[in-house]
Design a protein around this ligand. Structure first.
Ligand code: IMP
Length: 423
């Protein structure tokens, strides 16, 4: 059976949660393989909203195993909070359907304090979510980090934590931030470890077993390709590789045959960094209101802009995508006009596709006006209204990639499946 990776093709917040939730019904397992609770995946079921940050979106579907792979950075308190919240909402979450890799990295309080201190007090402001993601990945790379398995070794944990914290304490003092003692943090982590213990698992083996038995697996990307630490708009990126390549390092042994990018019918971005197609303030504000474009993790206003084809072509290429999913078309339909950036102009030259190192602060978008989206209420599972079909045709032609699914509303059912969709 086919395995699929769902990856954000822009700067995150493309509406991956709903798509993952839909595809999950066809899968044996849903796997997170990078990022942490900086993500925010929103799913609407029967008019009720559920948001996951750390847990895979598939966790609310009965009969599916949700896996947090080893490439994820895990805040144990957040894990507990999300599991408890979803249980309160009536979802059935247990160690039978939720597995946490023993090899995943642990976010400590020091990571969070340092992330926030840098945002508030250092010379480089990235606009992070402040959840400790960057400092935790730094510790993994410098081999000072703590793994989930370390939480259960109470004799060694204080020493491992001390090694991890040694240099961070210097930095926190530099930023004049107070922090808990190692003893206090050890105690907090050991308490949380008891909650995590039944969920902790050797997920690599489990996933390989599924693969051996030909079971379909869905890989749920977090953030978006333009936030990739290597190919994104560095330094205004997250600290992991958000591309399909991370399925190998973050879950182990998998390169999914289907690699689908999710893109909004327009573009949004949170945090700092260049944004060539950002709209004029008045138009932007209308789109933000129509699309409720506020961060589901931090509540921050998202910057809004028209679709950016040069960046999308680049993202499709470097992550080797072979399919696309278009979302939030109903929101774009509320606007009085429709424009798409088809190329950039830079120093008299036309650039059709972005590339690493291109100075996105300097490029000038070249826009093409398209017919406004109308009659969206005529769309259903088998049919798109004419204006949206034309938009889809235009994008497929320009991006040279098939669009398998189109979302035209927030509810689970508001999805069109193209003929090319064959799961
Ligand atoms: P960090 O991942 O918290 O370190 O933040 C780095 C950058 O990625 C900031 O611009 C964040 O706003 C952005 N970011 C992180 N996670 C998400 C997400 O899930 N959606 C959109 N932007 C994100």
């Amino acid at each position: 059976m086919t395995s699929v990776a769902i990856i954000g093709a822009q700067w995150g917040d493309e509406g991956k949660g709903k798509i993952t939730d839909f595809l999950a019904s066809k899968m044996k397992a849903v796997v997170r393989f990078q990022g942490g609770h900086n993500a925010g995946h929103t799913i609407w079921v029967d008019g009720k909203k559920s948001v996951t940050h750390l847990l895979p979106s598939g966790v609310i579907r009965p009969g599916i195993v949700s896996v947090i792979g080893q490439g994820v950075v895990v805040d144990p308190a957040q894990f507990k909070k999300e599991v408890e919240n979803l249980k309160t909402q009536g979802f059935s979450i247990s160690p039978n359907n939720l597995k946490l890799s023993l090899n995943a990295s642990v976010i400590t309080i020091y990571h969070q304090l340092l992330d926030q201190a840098r945002e508030n007090k250092s010379r480089l402001r990235i606009g992070t979510t402040g959840k400790g993601i960057g400092p935790c990945y730094e510790d993994r790379a410098s081999r000072r980090g703590i793994k989930v398995s370390d939480l259960f070794n109470t004799h060694l944990l204080p020493d491992k934590l001390a090694r991890s914290v040694e240099e961070k304490i210097v930095l926190l003092r530099h930023y004049d931030i107070s922090f808990p003692s190692i003893e206090e943090e050890t105690k907090r982590l050991i308490d949380l470890a008891e909650y995590l213990r039944p969920y902790a698992f050797e997920t690599y083996g489990l996933l390989n077993e599924f693969q051996k038995n030909n079971e379909p697996i869905l890989f749920e990307g977090a953030q978006g390709l333009l936030l990739d630490v290597d190919f994104g708009t560095f330094p205004y990126v997250t600290s992991s590789n958000t591309s399909v390549a991370s399925t190998l390092t973050g879950a182990g042994g998998f390169l999914p045959e289907q690699r689908w990018g999710v893109l909004k019918a327009y573009t949004t971005r949170v945090g700092e960094g260049p944004f060539p197609t950002q709209m004029e303030p008045e138009v932007e504000s209308r789109l933000r209101t129509f699309g409720n474009e506020f961060g589901s993790t931090t509540g921050r206003e998202r910057k809004c802009g028209w679709l950016d084809l040069p960046l999308l072509k680049y993202a499709i290429k470097f992550s080797n995508l072979n399919g696309l999913i278009l979302t939030k078309c109903d929101v774009l339909a509320m606007m009085n006009e429709l424009q798409v950036c088809v190329a950039y102009e830079l120093k008299g030259k036309t650039i059709n596709e972005s590339y690493p190192g291109l100075d996105l602060y300097q490029v000038k978008p070249i826009y093409q006006k398209l017919p406004k989206l109308e009659n969206i209420s005529q769309c259903n599972r088998e049919h798109l209204c004419d204006s949206l079909q034309q938009y889809v045709d235009f994008l497929e032609k320009n991006l040279q990639c098939p669009i398998h699914i189109v979302s035209f509303g927030q509810d689970r059912e508001e999805l069109y499946l193209a003929k090319s969709f064959n799961l």
